[in-house]
Design a protein around this ligand. Structure first.
Ligand code: AMP
Ligand code: MG
Length: 487
């Protein structure tokens, strides 16, 4: 276990030079204090969890101190935002402090979000508020616990620095960890600004550091793109299976590693709603829950366009063609498991679709339905769950199909069924109202609620004694919280 001054840096992205990023120092927050830290994320850096409580921890991640080997940089990129191309974006309020490698030889980017103005801040103030920092922290760690690929969060540091949004709030910083912060938008930037040399350098960098196995392939860049397509298909299948709505799937928010990245107005579904729009600013529903699937492909096409200098258009099209079938295969596999099925049948797709339609029409809680389905035998469970549906006859017809399907699936005890289903069906998810409660307490200076919620969500599949209130459907006030981009 390491102390804070024992981290070892190897700043590979910074070494690419000034065409890729700009040196900027963090702007410190006033009176920095620890709001919450993730022990699991600290372990990724081999850090002793006790160091989170030391004053130097809040000073480092509140922008007051820096390691001598850190090289803080703001990255430049561009991207398609809500379908339109923005020629220059970049880290407007976050800095890549450096890359740390751990004892297992893994590199982790330390990215400090909310660290002040940079040359890419445009109209912004370079800050992040406590509310959005808490949301990013909780979401990163909750998604990871669900087995969904994501960037991680080490800690949130609060402060007394005033920051203006619709009202006065307090500035905060979140320390994000990822193997890379390179986005689709990095490739788009060098492609559209017609900088082929830098673009080639970027492609080599990503290939060598993040997709070294593709080097062995006859066409390494094509192999890398194919892998990116596959990872995105799998990640989005997991979002859909667990009811996660990203909210701002702009290409500057899409990681080259196929991990969930750059959290804004995200949400987990409470009631199942295929048309759910979690971002209050998304008036046309471009990023609605069910649109995430085609948008994933749209984003990959935008990346493909930027890769045309390296890969033939035909090969890119063929690789893009893998996306939907792969998505469907991953999604169906997960949904079968959520239904407790161990075998595959042709009609499973319609079994899943039929259920979702019934849930949609009756506003059934997406998470609790699956959890309760595993609590008992198929017969007993559907008899109990029936009351949640308005169209009871419709549900009865579905339940008959389901029971017959379960009977054909195999011979196992209820104990085995419960264990298998509970291992894939969480009891606790990051519901908006739970985040909101934790935020309200934190804004009043009480960090116990966010710490407790983080703990509960780190073991989402395990029933935890005394934590029943975290497994409840939202109260009326918590059902339609409006979350916008202004964070
Ligand atoms: P986001 O919606 O957080 O993905 O941000 C989109 C772009 O706006 C990125 O280039 C961000 O760095 C930038 N941005 C967002 N909020 C701010 C802010 N408060 N100050 C400066 N830049 C920001
Ligand atoms: Mg972003």
């Amino acid at each position: 276990m390491k102390a804070l001054d024992e981290l070892t840096f190897d700043n590979r992205f910074a070494r690419l030079g000034d065409a890729f990023s700009t040196h900027v120092l963090p702007e410190p927050l006033d009176e920095p204090r620890l709001v919450v830290a993730s022990k699991a994320a600290m372990a990724l850096l081999d850090l002793d969890p006790a160091v989170a409580e030391t004053p130097v921890f809040a000073e480092l991640f509140g922008g007051h101190k820096l390691w001598a080997e850190a090289e803080p940089r703001a990255m430049v990129y561009s991207g398609h935002q809500f379908g339109g191309y923005t020629p220059q974006l970049g880290d407007g309020r976050g800095l890549l402090l450096g890359e740390v490698y751990n004892e297992a030889g893994e590199h982790w980017d330390l990215h400090l979000k909310g660290a002040g103005m940079t040359p890419y801040s445009r109209m912004g103030d370079g800050r992040a508020v406590l509310r959005s920092s808490i949301r990013e922290f909780l979401a990163s760690e909750a998604l990871h616990a669900l087995g969904i690929p994501t960037s991680r969060a080490l800690c949130v540091i609060g402060s007394s620095t005033p920051v203006w949004r619709e009202k006065q709030e307090r500035g905060a910083m979140v320390l994000r960890l990822a193997h890379s912060h390179i986005r689709f938008g990095h490739f788009e930037y060098f492609y559209y600004t017609k900088k082929p040399e830098q673009q080639a350098e970027l492609a080599e960098h990503v290939l060598n550091l993040h997709y070294p196995e593709c080097r062995e392939q006859p066409e390494p860049y094509l192999a890398m793109f194919r892998e990116i397509v596959e990872r995105n298909a799998e990640m989005i299948a997991k979002w859909q299976a667990y009811g996660f709505c990203h909210g701002v799937m702009n290409t500057d928010n899409m990681s080259i590693l196929g991990i969930t990245f750059d959290f804004g107005p995200f949400a987990f579904l409470d009631d199942f709603d295929a048309h759910f729009i979690c971002n209050h600013s998304d008036h046309e529903g471009r990023y609605s829950f069910s649109n995430q699937v085609p948008i994933g492909q749209w984003n990959l096409s935008a990346l493909a366009q930027a890769l045309t200098p390296f890969i033939s258009v035909d090969a890119l099209k063929e690789a893009l063609g893998l996306y939907l079938p792969l998505y469907q295969a991953h999604y169906l596999d997960l949904m079968r498991r959520r239904l407790g099925l161990t075998t595959a049948e042709e009609d499973d797709q319609t079994l899943v679709e039929g259920l979702l339609k019934l849930m949609q029409n009756s506003g059934v809680d997406y998470t609790l339905f699956f959890r309760r389905l595993g609590d008992e035998s198929a017969t007993l469970a559907v008899a109990r769950l029936r009351d949640d549906f308005v169209d009871m006859a419709g549900f009865d017809a579905w339940a008959e199909r389901y029971k017959a399907r379960v009977a054909r699936d195999g011979d196992y005890t209820q104990e085995q069924r419960r264990e298998r289903m509970h291992a894939v069906n969480p009891l606790y998810i990051l519901r908006n109202y739970l985040a909101q409660n934790a935020i309200a307490a934190a804004e009043a200076g009480d960090y116990s609620e966010i710490r407790r919620l983080h703990e509960v969500l780190s073991k989402p599949f395990e029933e935890q004694a005394g934590m029943e209130q975290y497994a409840q459907r939202p109260p009326d006030w918590g059902k339609h919280l409006e979350i916008s981009c202004s964070s």
